[in-house]
Design a protein around this ligand. Structure first.
Ligand code: NAD
Ligand code: DAU
Length: 331
């Protein structure tokens, strides 16, 4: 398959491209990525001779149309992804997530190319703390942040292009990912690298907010399954039944890294902070037979800590800048 991967120099996209090279050597993979602050050539360095990398913006219609015309399928990861950044400046989120997705949709429409659009559970808003309900494919959209509003807009564009123009697209909405190559601005890598650089971990508010964690390899295995076997026009929810409060995750990191359980700071809470996300992945499991393979959260967290210990060259150049930005926000 000639695969075009947007955002393939980011966290999930890079892991997806690594998996393609490892498990599908018959694929011809092209990555298009504008290499924002979140994109890293270093994430693709081990496989740079196995893929083609084009530095470019997915909102560049001429470039995207040319790349799509040469492809059998597009897997669309490219986006601005960090909620705290969206709260500070939403403009790049409108550009990449909305205009970028629109540009891609027009290109796949013109050339009748299969598209898989990677989205987030944050489009559904949040659930009450302590409840047992979970998001399903029919939960109404109710985004809370500028980030999730732009992802919801992109999902709606995909649905409209499927209905109006018969574009051959699927959508997946996944919960919180962790694993190698995740930017140090995000919760788990931030706390691990805080400890590795002698800083104290930082917990927003009380730490009661709940996220539903999934290893990035399990997310990407699901994306691959949907790309090959998913039903056109369908939305699939991806999650691994791993709800944890932020405090629980932080205490697990502290335990894995042999630190005292109270060795962290409470900092200013995020504005409009979503309380709880939880995914019901039944459709994906029953219709496509997908199941996560990283089912032991503590073991997967421990492997992730080990990855950050052994890849300091990958994250160290980013760390001081990220912490300076957080400090400016009281976080
Ligand atoms: P990331 O921020 O690590 O990487 C995003 C990549 O997209 C970067 O390489 C960046 O350079 C690139 N990019 C941004 N704007 C671009 C543009 N206009 N043109 C070309 N490239 C551009 O993000 P991630 O965590 O890997 O997330 C990937 C996708 O998965 C996103 O669509 C995100 O909404 C979705 N998602 C993420 C999670 C998660 O927990 N991280 C969960 C569910 C869904
Ligand atoms: O649910 C999927 C989403 O998960 C993706 O769509 C987003 O792209 C991805 O960034 C992630 O969003 P979150 O906002 O849930 O992830 P983040 O890593 O920013 O924060 C996770 C939780 O931890 C959240 O409740 C805020 C909290 N937090 C975060 C940071 C950075 C802290 O308590 N301290 C921190 O230092």
């Amino acid at each position: 398959m000639r695969l075009l991967v947007t955002g393939g120099a980011g966290f999930i996209g890079a892991n997806f491209v690594h998996a393609c090279v490892r498990e599908h050597p018959e694929d011809a993979v092209t990555v298009v990525d504008s290499l924002t602050y979140a994109g890293s050539l270093e994430s693709l360095r081990p496989i740079e001779n196995e893929i083609r990398l084009i530095r470019g913006d997915i909102a560049d219609a001429e470039l995207v149309t040319r790349l799509v015309a040469e492809s059998d399928a597009v897997v669309h990861f490219a986006a601005e992804t960090h909620v705290d950044n969206a709260l500070a400046d939403p403009a790049p989120f409108l550009h990449s997530n909305v205009v970028g997705t629109y540009t891609l949709l027009e290109a796949v429409r013109r050339h009748d190319v299969r598209l898989h659009h990677v989205s987030t559970d944050e489009v559904y808003g949040d659930l009450g703390l302590g409840g047992t309900e979970r998001f399903t494919e029919t939960t109404p959209y109710h985004p809370s942040s500028p980030y999730s509003a732009t992802k919801a807009a992109a999902d709606m564009l995909v649905r409209a292009w499927v209905r109006s123009y018969r574009v051959r697209a699927t959508i997946s909405n996944c919960s919180n990912n962790f694993g190698p190559y995740q930017h140090v601005e995000k919760f788990i890598p931030r706390q691990i690298t805080n400890i590795l650089t002698g800083r104290r971990p930082k917990l927003y508010g009380t730490g009661a907010n709940v996220r539903d964690w999934i290893h990035v390899e399990d997310h990407n295995a699901a994306v691959r399954t949907i790309l090959t076997d998913g039903r056109i026009g369908r939305t699939y929810l991806i999650g691994a039944d791993c709800q944890r409060s932020n405090l629980e995750v932080l205490q697990a990191i502290l335990a894995v890294m042999d630190r005292d359980p109270g060795d962290f700071d409470h900092v200013t809470d995020r504005a409009g902070h979503d309380l709880r996300y939880a995914i019901d992945p039944s459709l994906l499991r029953s219709e496509l037979g997908w199941a996560p393979s990283h089912s032991d959260f503590t073991a997967a967290l421990s492997e992730t800590v080990q990855w950050y210990r052994t890849h300091r060259h990958w994250w160290e150049p980013l760390k001081d800048g990220v912490e300076a930005t957080y400090a400016g926000r009281g976080q």
